[in-house]
Design a protein around this ligand. Structure first.
Ligand code: GLU
Length: 277
């Protein structure tokens, strides 16, 4: 009797352990479920689901900005993502966009909430330890945005007593500490908040990629970009580490849209200035 009770207890504990292990799968694996059972990698999951889930910015004019009247996100990154979906799945509407910020994009990718990040993301050695990047699809460089009547004309004017606004998790926030060590850096969750803070006088300058700043200056012409660029910010699309099939598919699709003119069309539509030089 005692023996069979012990056995039952043991059996129950093992069952519980198995159930707990099963529940520990990543969201990516969970997304694999629902008809995608057996998918061996992210590309297979995408093909079974017949849709690519991209993490995109929702507050960055020209790259990924939510249009309040339609609820749709619009911009360069969005159109590139659609063009890539057309190459990979045959239809540009086979995409889903989920909002990411500079700080949340890698964690959301690792969790499996998204398949890939296309969100003004610079390829860096540090980030390569966590994710894999496609080839460069856009070239930007870090710069400064100030009010037109500001005495700040460049990095050298970011002296003691000045405050620079930046976004959490961005390369810009890291770089500015090296480039202007005397300035105070105030960080925000996203670019909409940072620009609002600049307008309300919480800082003397806002720093990020020139192409993003250009979108802000375009929105409010009392601001302009100063000091040229002081870093290289090559953008790449990020996927989870080791997702070689998806990475290859994205690189192949990028090559195709660059050679068939689609990339240039999208570039001209959003980026009126050539930032690659
Ligand atoms: N390209 C820079 C970065 O990846 C700045 C833009 C952004 O925050 O997304 O950090």
């Amino acid at each position: 009797m005692a023996k069979s009770k012990k056995f039952l207890k043991l059996a129950f504990i093992s069952l519980l352990a198995v159930a707990m292990l099963a529940a520990c799968g990543t969201n990516a694996e969970k997304t694999n479920g629902g008809g995608n059972e057996g998918a061996k990698n992210a590309l297979e999951t995408i093909k079974k689901r017949d849709k690519i889930i991209f993490g995109v910015k929702n507050d960055t004019r020209l790259f990924g900005l939510k249009n309040p009247s339609t609820g749709e996100v619009e911009g360069f990154d969005i159109d590139i993502a659609k063009a890539l979906a057309k190459q990979i799945l045959g239809d540009e509407s086979k995409v889903e966009f989920k909002e990411v910020t500079s700080k949340t994009r890698i964690p959301l990718l690792q969790k499996g909430d998204i398949d890939a990040i296309i969100a003004t993301m610079t390829i860096t050695e540090e980030r390569k330890k966590e994710v894999d990047f496609t080839d460069v699809y856009f070239k930007a460089g870090q710069s400064l945005l100030v009010k037109k009547d500001s005495p700040i004309k460049g990095l050298k004017d970011l002296k003691k007593g000045t405050t620079v606004l930046a976004v959490k998790g961005s390369t810009s926030s890291q770089n500015i500490r090296e480039k202007a060590p005397e300035a105070k850096v105030l960080e925000f969750e996203n670019y909409a908040e940072a620009f609002t803070a600049l307008k309300s006088g919480q800082g003397d300058a806002l720093t990020t990629d020139n192409a993003i700043l250009y979108g802000m200056a375009d929105e409010d012409p009392s601001y302009h970009i100063v000091g040229g660029t002081f870093t290289d910010e090559p953008y790449g699309i990020a996927v989870r580490k080791g997702e070689k099939e998806l990475l290859d598919a994205l690189n192949k699709a990028l090559k195709t849209i660059k050679s068939n003119g689609e990339y240039d069309k999208i570039y001209k539509k959003w980026i009126k200035k050539d930032f690659s030089k």
